[in-house]
Design a protein around this ligand. Structure first.
Ligand code: PLP
Length: 477
């Protein structure tokens, strides 16, 4: 591709991108395809000869776009948002164009220094106390694994990393998290060598938040049995219902026993930039590490996960690897982010975040979060005002968990009814919700968090939910 051709194609694609963003909602949010439907139309082998760009782009429009699930859609209420925004998309374009690999300061000084600055900005916006240093990881799952590995290394004075967990001897190491913690916690516990049997699943209260008394009791029991409590993962905004584990009492327990406290605020952490939601981080001063995802609810394209750590020497000793070929003249005085996590090669993720933070300003980001929280509150109020609907958990952010509970239905029949309700609502194609299990009950989740979601989209979801409930009721035997 010549530079002139590149220029023309880039303009063509930018026009396509602007049209795509301007006209959501024409296709169903989840494409009506079956497994294998897309791959079947693609050749089994890579082309021997280069192809014409028009042909590639036509196939993109014809085969790929109709097979994409539209996370960008204003009717997206599923999971948590994986948001983006025009400034973030533009930042990603420039990252791709610069094509830098940002493993050390020398391999892209501006990328390292911009990451330091944006992480400091984020720490300030979240109101983090002094002592935390930030670094961008790809995802919250990776950040939690990084925290678990660091906790393991601190607890074994780096023997686990040096001679291996078994040879290190010493007491067995245990990790604690609520029964509502994200699946990245057991995954990390497995990968970090603790073993799933050493993950203590701590009971939650009726709002699905970890009960500190149950945590303390379990820690004391383990200590009595010669087990070393190593890490507690507290969740601020659980995946199922956005429950907030109380950091202050959990943190005090961790302090007393020298346990690493990692806070997983993957989704809800963004809300701490609102003074009226700052309470979610009460006690954060006790934490050793914290993760939250600008790629969820802060308008930044996937992937961008902000990880803050207090014990930097332990992190660096856990992840440093400096063979001769990676050494640079400034190693003693610069941040080489290859030593701050698992991967060596790193993308320039700070650029899109910088574009977002500057384009919207804290004020603009707060306005978006408040709009989403208000829309979720209105949705909740409408459900509560409607006979037969039940809200199943507190909703301090953009998520509402609920179910339809017609008289006479319970147990599996009630779960089946709500499963059918969800299917019927999603079949419309203009909104998309997902489900979870709360206290053993099948629950529907509506998460407001897409930047283009308007009141009309939430109203459409409500209408579809009410109408599906009516028609299922009418069809009941
Ligand atoms: N932690 C919580 C509480 C989450 O809700 C999620 C995802 O929804 C994750 C971790 C995992 O996030 P990531 O996809 O960035 O690994």
């Amino acid at each position: 591709m010549t530079p002139e051709e590149f220029r023309a194609r880039a303009h063509q694609l930018v026009d396509w991108m602007a049209d795509y963003l301007a006209a959501p909602g024409e296709r169903p949010i989840v494409p009506p395809v079956l497994p294998g439907d897309i791959a079947r139309h693609l050749p089994p082998e890579a082309p021997e000869r280069g192809e014409d760009f028009d042909a590639i782009f036509q196939d993109f429009e014809r085969l790929i776009v109709p097979g994409m699930t539209q996370w960008n859609h204003p009717g997206w209420f599923a999971y948590f948002p994986a948001n983006n925004s025009p400034p973030s998309i533009l930042g990603e374009m420039l990252t791709a164009t610069l094509g830098a690999q940002c493993m050390s300061w020398l391999t892209s000084p501006a990328a390292t220094e911009l990451e330091q600055v944006t992480m400091r900005w984020l720490g300030g916006l979240l109101g983090l106390p002094e002592g935390f240093t930030g670094v961008i990881q790809d995802t919250a799952s990776t950040a939690t694994l990084v925290a678990l590995l660091s906790a393991r290394e601190r607890a074994t004075s780096h023997r686990a990393g040096e001679v291996g967990l078994q040879a290190a001897g010493g007491p067995p190491l245990a990790v604690y998290a609520s029964a509502e913690a994200h699946s990245s916690v057991p995954k990390g516990v497995k990968l970090a060598g603790f073993g799933l049997e050493m993950l203590r699943s701590i009971e939650v209260d009726r709002d699905f938040a970890l009960r500190p008394a149950a945590l303390e009791e379990r820690i004391r029991r383990d200590l009595g049995a010669g087990i070393r409590p190593t890490c507690v993962v507290a969740t601020v905004g659980t995946t199922s219902s956005t429950a907030v584990d109380p950091l202050e009492p959990i943190g005090r327990i961790c302090r007393e026993h020298g346990i690493w406290l990692h806070v997983d605020a993957a989704y809800a952490g963004a809300a701490a930039i609102l003074p009226e939601r700052r309470w979610i981080f009460e006690g954060i001063g006790h934490a050793d590490s914290l993760v939250f995802n600008p790629h969820k609810w802060l308008l930044t394209n996937f992937d961008c996960s902000a990880f803050f750590v207090r014990d930097l020497p332990t992190l660096l000793r856990t992840f440093s690897a400096a063979p001769e070929y990676l050494r640079t003249p400034h190693d003693a005085v610069v941040a080489n982010y290859r030593d701050w996590g698992i991967q060596l090669g790193r993308r320039f993720r700070a650029l899109k975040l910088w574009f977002v933070l500057r384009s919207y300003g804290a004020e603009g980001l707060r306005a978006m979060l408040r709009r989403h929280i208000a829309l979720a509150a209105e949705f909740r109020a409408s459900l509560e005002a409607r006979a037969g609907f039940e809200v199943l958990a507190p909703s301090p952010f953009g998520l509402v968990c609920f179910r339809h509970r017609p008289a006479g239905l319970s147990g599996e029949a009630l779960d089946g009814h709500n499963r059918a309700l969800l299917e019927r609502v999603n079949a419309d194609g203009s909104v998309y919700l997902t489900h979870t299990s709360l206290g053993g009950a099948y629950a529907l989740r509506l998460a407001v968090g897409q930047w283009r979601t308007e009141p009309a989209d939430v109203e459409r979801a409500l209408r579809l939910i009410f109408s599906a409930a009516r028609s299922l009721h009418a069809e009941a035997p």
